[in-house]
Design a protein around this ligand. Structure first.
Ligand SMILES: *[C@@H]1O[C@H](CO)[C@@H](O)[C@H](O)[C@H]1NC(C)=O
Ligand SMILES: *[C@@H]1O[C@H](CO)[C@@H](O)[C@H](O)[C@H]1NC(C)=O
Ligand SMILES: *[C@@H]1O[C@H](CO)[C@@H](O)[C@H](O)[C@H]1NC(C)=O
Ligand SMILES: *[C@@H]1O[C@H](CO)[C@@H](O)[C@H](O)[C@H]1NC(C)=O
Length: 435
């Protein structure tokens, strides 16, 4: 784009000098316009054009020169601006909810290599503090805090996040960052400070012995990387992140990861047994009350996920080219293909490190059925929940989350028999358009 632009400027200057003909200048400036040159840059050529047309005196050499000097200065301003805009720094925000495979998908980015700064659930601290402070979460206040912290983190600024970390870091040093070891960037050599003797070593990294996290070092390391990625299960509405998409300093791409809500519930009932004890009781015996808080919460979660996706798929101007929807089930079945698509969408290089991590962790066998073959039997893995979730609970989810299931292409089951019939897939082939 910049090369093309430079060429047309050279052509423009050459044509003006050689020809000085109104019609040619007009043609060239039309061409500039068609390349969507900013107004401020266009002004000199446009005014030059006007003056050439209406005021013959401008054709004197000195006036011509000053017009070009002005134009050159504006172009210099423009190319500086352009440099900022075309900087290759890119950011990915992986948005999900719990039990949708987001840690696994986050690894696709964590494993990218030396040019990626990856953060795992930094908003955990924000949620924790807001919940403690208000005894419940004020969704509006939380959304604002999440947005601001994410925005700063994408700019490699940890100061706002720091204010949510407990205990409060001293001199930007902390031993309390949530799951530091899940971010290879925070355990890299350059971010690894010496171990302090006698201090409990729980903040050490898996791959090397590191002392407490120095967030100044983390920030410096972040600034040196071209790309960054953050995974979060805490953002409720994509719409609340609009200022990130519109921030000229950033180039954020949003990847929303979704999963069949029936499978999510089945998984949560195991993973968060205490919190889901009502569901377990219902699964084992009694009837599910129709207007129970738990059911309302489930519906609320589904609605948030669906509304975010609807905003994304509608592609409002602020999100154009910045939103991608991915289903967990497709990633589980075609990990390499989906990872490639995500990287292509993000405009980041799909490195051999990512590829080999995926191969290692999904046991994709090249021999089985081509490069993009699935795990040994991942369609079985993906649909395992069908044998643990009772039909009546599946029905409750279908009632609460109907429009969500429909939007993402998850088939309803109409009987116990259908639920456990392996020959019927509940995942419709669906292509979600982006870009
Ligand atoms: C270039 O940018 C500077 C700073 O933004 C501004 O003061 C100056 O007027 C600009 N020059 C031209 C020729 O537009
Ligand atoms: C929630 O937070 C918003 C924004 O900070 C505030 O205006 C509102 O009063 C809060 N609501 C409650 C119920 O505390
Ligand atoms: C943290 O890192 C910064 C930048 O490297 C350094 O200047 C500072 O002294 C470090 N802080 C401590 C307490 O080591
Ligand atoms: C995996 O399971 C699905 C559904 O049960 C079946 O259609 C497919 O042939 C199986 N694939 C392998 C490799 O066993």
């Amino acid at each position: 784009m910049r090369i093309k632009y430079t060429i047309s400027i050279v052509v423009f200057v050459a044509l003006v000098i050689i020809e000085k003909e109104n019609n040619i200048i007009s043609r060239v400036s039309d061409k500039l316009t068609s390349q969507q040159t900013p107004q401020s840059v266009l002004q000199p050529s446009a005014s030059l054009h006007m003056l050439l047309k209406h005021n013959a005196s401008l054709t004197t050499r000195s006036k011509m020169n000053s017009a070009f000097t002005l134009m050159k200065r504006r172009l210099e301003n423009y190319s500086h601006h352009q440099e900022v805009l075309t900087s290759t720094r890119k950011q990915i925000l992986l948005l999900a909810t719990t039990r949708t495979g987001s840690s696994f998908v986050g690894e696709f980015f964590n494993q990218q290599g030396d040019n990626m700064f990856y953060l795992f659930e930094p908003l955990w601290h924000v949620e924790k503090m807001l919940t403690l402070e208000s005894g419940g979460t004020n969704a509006t206040a939380a959304a604002k805090a999440y947005r601001d912290v994410l925005q700063q983190l994408f700019l490699c600024d940890f100061s706002l996040l720091e204010s949510f970390i407990e205990p409060l870091p001293v001199d930007h040093i902390t031993t309390g960052l949530f799951r530091r070891e899940s971010s290879s960037s925070l355990c890299a050599e350059s971010v690894c400070s010496p171990v302090i003797k006698g201090v409990f070593e729980r903040y050490h990294c898996r791959t090397r012995r590191c002392g407490p996290l120095n967030l100044t070092m983390a920030s410096q390391s972040c600034l040196q990387k071209e790309h960054s990625a953050i995974k979060s299960v805490r953002v409720r509405q994509l719409e609340t992140l609009r200022p990130l998409a519109e921030d000229p300093r950033l180039d954020v791409k949003f990847i929303q990861l979704v999963r069949d809500p029936r499978a999510v519930l089945a998984s949560r009932m195991v993973a968060f047994a205490a919190k889901y004890k009502n569901w377990k009781q219902w699964a084992m015996g009694g009837n599910v009350p129709l207007d129970d808080d738990e059911v309302r919460k489930l519906k609320g979660n589904c609605d948030n996920i669906r509304m975010s996706a609807e905003v994304g798929l509608k592609q409002p101007p602020w999100l154009r080219g910045r939103y991608m929807l991915v289903r967990y089930e497709d990633i589980a079945r075609f990990p390499m293909r989906k990872a490639t698509e995500m990287y292509r969408f993000a405009g980041m290089p799909f490195t051999p490190q990512v590829k080999s991590w995926i191969l290692k962790n999904t046991q994709v066998s090249k021999e089985a059925s081509g490069v993009y073959s699935t795990q040994k039997n991942s369609s079985e893995q993906v649909e395992k929940w069908r044998f643990s979730l009772p039909f009546k609970i599946a029905q409750v989810v279908q009632r609460a989350c109907g429009p969500t299931l429909k939007l993402f292409g998850y088939k309803f089951v109409s009987s116990e028999k259908m639920l456990i019939d392996k020959s019927i897939s509940l995942i419709e082939d669906k292509v979600f358009n982006f870009l």
